[in-house]
Design a protein around this ligand. Structure first.
Ligand code: UDP
Ligand code: MG
Length: 314
């Protein structure tokens, strides 16, 4: 019998877990021809999440968990999920029931038809602020304009991936992770399924604008080197202006015999060019930082416990 692993990144979700288990279990009990594994990745929760997961595991052997040694962030938790999942396919799902478990049979249906990446696209986003919807829309528009790889709109991490996508994703072990761009980047047969995104069932969102901006910058810089190209584009008009201005100064000097008294213009120019230089250094620094991180080649996470066993990290 084929196995499906449901990967649930979990960070301080004690209020949601009971609801999640109840609804998820009901759905997977109805699906008879597959075995299931509910793999919780406890991402350094400070509340009773881990305790709840352990209690559930005593009752239900389909529950597995990986317990991180601290909070590493959702992206890394998802990678750990891929590493530890035993299934022939995996399904990513948030712990807060914003991704309805009722959609799972449909995801499986398309997997059976031969699709490797069945992703859920939201028709609506209930319970999210106008500002969050707007910024996320703008972000995707910018990201798409920067790259040739097609980015799926209005799509989160809620999706089913075939084993070969899982194996592909496991090979992408960079630090500044952005799963959405990786899902697009690996390719394979994709299929879209529409759903209504619900408000979170309990607890508070774990995101704040700083985290979201970090994610956005990681998304852009990990996906494309176009920002580097901005510097080349900017430097072209800069050098043209510089060249024209230099000729003008020299010609005027020769014709009038008087040195151009333009210290104000020069100050402005100095400000202008040093401004551009700072900008360019900023962009170079961004990539340098990434190279620095990648060359360290650190493990991306450490696990404290896997299914009641201490992980020795050997
Ligand atoms: N999450 C995580 N580590 C983090 C932040 C979030 O594993 O550092 C999990 C969280 O428990 C939830 C999912 O990622 O299952 C999505 O988080 P959240 O609902 O807070 O994000 P939102 O839906 O508001 O974008
Ligand atoms: Mg949520």
């Amino acid at each position: 019998m084929k196995k499906i692993s449901i990967i649930i990144p979990t960070y301080n979700e004690e209020e949601s877990i009971p609801f999640l288990y109840e609804r998820l279990e009901k759905i997977i009990n109805q699906i008879k021809n597959y075995e299931f594994e509910m793999l919780f990745i406890n991402d350094g929760s400070k509340d009773k999440s881990l305790k709840l997961i352990k209690e559930l595991r005593k009752k239900d052997s389909r529950i597995c968990y990986v317990d991180f040694s601290r909070n590493f962030g959702k992206e890394i938790a998802m990678l750990a999920g891929l590493d530890y999942a035993k299934g022939d396919a995996v399904i990513f799902m948030d712990a807060d029931l914003q991704d309805p478990p009722e959609l799972i049979p449909e995801l499986i249906k398309y997997w059976e038809q031969g699709y490797d990446d069945v992703y859920a696209r939201r028709k609506s986003r209930k319970g999210e602020t106008w500002l969050k919807k707007f910024t996320s829309k703008m972000y995707y528009r910018i990201l798409q304009s920067l790259t040739k790889v097609e980015i799926q709109k209005d799509t989160g991490d809620f999706r089913l991936l075939d084993r070969r996508c899982v194996n592909a994703l496991k090979k992408l072990r960079e630090n500044g992770r952005n799963s959405k761009s990786m899902f697009s980047w690996i390719g394979y047969n994709k299929k879209e399924v529409l759903y209504d995104r619900n408000p979170r069932i309990a607890g508070k969102t774990k995101w704040n604008y700083k985290k979201l901006i970090d994610l956005a910058i990681d998304g852009i810089t990990s996906f494309t080197t176009s920002p580097l190209r901005v510097s080349s584009y900017l430097s072209i008009p800069t050098f043209i202006i510089l060249f024209v201005y230099a000729i003008y100064v020299i010609v005027k000097m020769i014709v009038t015999g008087v040195f151009v008294e333009a210290f104000q213009a020069i100050i402005l120019l100095i400000l202008f060019f040093s401004g551009i230089q700072i900008l360019l250094f900023g962009i170079i620094g961004e990539y340098l930082g990434r190279i620095f991180n990648e060359t360290k080649n650190r493990p991306l996470y450490f696990v404290n416990e896997y299914n009641d066993e201490k992980e020795m990290n050997d």
